[in-house]
Ligand binder design. Structure first.
Ligand code: NAP
Ligand code: 3JN
Length: 344
């Protein structure tokens, strides 16, 4: 039976990612029949607008998903673990923005530009990768296909919005405190397992998420594991250093890749320029390269500073920037929903 309109639920509708999902469903004219907006009890009763219609946010629970075709989750991993199975039980396909199911072998981990073919293999849950992984693998896909990739060394420069609205407010408050000659009072960042906090204003914090026993942070390990799963290639060597910087929207990444085969620099640039979802901004003569301020609010992944490693002819450096709440979360999820809808 083919469907033309879908009942859609957004879990975490009042959050930073949820807000972007609702905006994209409207902007992309997604074929929504009924839209159900869900949050915790804290925001239940809030009225949100969708296509000129007022929708009252409801508290999410196991029975929220009756009649729902597609459920988009961005309310944290614990909520996904508890409620996504109930959504599946009611017949919904879940697209989950959290870490809860990313490494679950039954859940495809999808970036449409890389592995859209995995979507059909879902058993009710499709996982959206971490924002830092999404923009990197989207940019590297054309190089992976043309030359093969043996090694990736990535350093990220991540926006505070990745840690939620409270982190944005903290950065703005601290900036004011420092500019006024007062002490910055750290309260939120880094998000980790200890109550130790550091100044983010005018600073760079080399910790995103909790430390693991191996000395890497969880964000860094997400990049390692998710990259291998998305490419379906356990042999790619990936090492990451994830850093929080005082930018509001847009993650930037310095990425070094070792290709398996020889390449021509101009061919690499052409491949990137021709790839869907990628915008090449690479003109040193004009001092043109991707900037977080330009990427903010846009769906694409921006790539520039493309240059050969002077010590390794198969080594390549790139600068990759994207809006962490759009391609890094909401847009990737809505893209997956669009593919599901087109096939239904
Ligand atoms: P946020 O702004 O803090 O929003 C959290 C949302 O979850 C709010 O709508 C909140 O509702 C809802 N929520 C919290 N507890 C809930 C519960 N028990 N039941 C139902 N809803 C609940 O956070 P965010 O920045 O949007 O991020 C949300 C999640 O998305 C993150 O925890 C993360 O897992 C994921 N995320 C993924 C990426 C990525 O890299 N793909 C990027 C950012 C975030 P209330 O208004 O009622 O509190
Ligand atoms: O910090 C960032 O820039 C990205 C943060 C993502 C995030 C934040 C809280 C919980 C995640 C994620 O998507 O991996 C999670 C989580 O789901 O574990």
């Amino acid at each position: 039976m083919s469907k033309t309109k879908f009942n859609v639920a957004v879990v975490g509708a009042t959050g930073a990612v949820g807000e972007q999902i609702i905006g994209l469903l409207e902007k992309r004219d997604f074929p929504v029949d009924k839209l159900k907006l869900l949050s915790s009890a804290r925001s239940a009763g809030t009225v949100l607008n969708f296509k000129g219609q007022e929708i009252t946010v409801e508290e999410a629970g196991p029975d929220s998903f009756e009649g729902i075709d597609i459920a988009l989750f961005s309310a944290g991993g614990d909520v996904s673990k508890e409620l996504a199975p109930h959504a599946v039980r009611h017949g919904a396909v879940c697209i989950d923005n959290t870490n809860a199911f990313r490494m679950d072998p039954t859940a495809p981990l999808v970036v449409p530009e890389v592995n859209a073919d995995q979507i059909d293999k879902h058993q009710g849950i499709i996982a959206n990768p971490n924002c830092s992984t999404i923009q990197m693998v989207a940019a590297l896909k054309p190089l992976y296909d043309s030359y093969g990739i043996s090694r990736i060394i990535v350093s990220t420069y991540q926006a505070v919005s990745g840690a939620g609205a409270k982190a944005i407010n903290e950065m703005l408050r601290q900036s004011k405190e420092v500019l006024e000659g007062r002490d910055a009072n750290p309260d939120i960042l880094p998000v980790g397992s200890l109550p130790v906090k550091h100044q983010i204003a005018f600073n760079a914090i080399p910790q995103i998420d909790k430390f693991q026993d191996n000395g890497y942070t969880l964000e860094e390990m997400k990049m390692v594991r998710e990259t291998k799963k998305i490419f379906g290639d356990e042999d790619i060597a990936v090492t990451a250093t994830c850093v929080r910087i005082p930018v509001i929207y847009g993650h930037s990444e310095s990425v070094y890749v070792e290709l398996k085969n020889d390449y021509e620099l101009e061919e690499v640039k052409q491949l990137l320029a021709e790839s869907p979802g990628i915008t090449l901004v690479d003109d040193p003569a004009a001092q043109a390269y991707p900037l977080a301020t330009d990427a903010a609010g846009k769906n694409d992944v921006f790539v520039g500073r493309v240059r050969r490693d002077l010590g390794n002819a198969r080594g390549l450096n790139l600068w990759i920037v994207s809006d962490n709440l759009l391609k890094g979360a909401a847009w990737n999820a809505v893209q997956i929903a669009e593919i599901i809808a087109a096939k239904a």
